[in-house]
Design a protein around this ligand. Structure first.
Ligand SMILES: [Zn+2]
Length: 127
């Protein structure tokens, strides 16, 4: 198993490509140390929109979450801690005025870009 934080996963790349195609410009893997230790996969600093593309395994997607058979209890605790950490990061960002989107790796990038693009466009009309 690789680390929880892989870069440039196919889902991330597909979503970035779709947003870019629609004319949106964004930052990738954006550090915001004053607010949170999380680094949004995609960030719109002016619109204050942060996007995390979550892997189905590591973030326990309701459709595809699986649990390795070996060391089951360890995995349960580990994956539950991931979800808790995600929620904590969301709260940190929201407290600083950011809107947070989580996109599952299984999600259609066009659907995801639809829901994100509306919010970004509203917040930064001249993106
Ligand atoms: Zn999934």
């Amino acid at each position: 198993m690789r680390s929880t934080k892989q870069k440039n996963t196919p889902a991330e790349v597909a979503l970035r490509r779709e947003l870019h195609r629609r004319g949106f410009r964004y930052r990738v893997d954006y550090p915001m140390p004053d607010i949170t230790r999380a680094r949004p996969d995609i960030a719109f600093p002016r619109a204050k929109v942060a996007i995390f593309v979550d892997g189905c395994f590591w973030h326990s997607c309701p459709i595809h979450a699986t649990r390795p058979r070996a060391n089951r209890e360890w995995w349960e605790a580990k994956l539950a801690a991931n979800v808790e950490r995600d929620r904590r990061h969301d709260r940190e960002l929201e407290a600083a005025g950011w809107t947070v989107f989580h996109v599952w790796e299984h999600e259609d990038p066009i659907d995801a870009a639809d829901r994100i693009g509306d919010v970004v466009a509203r917040r930064s009309p001249d993106h």
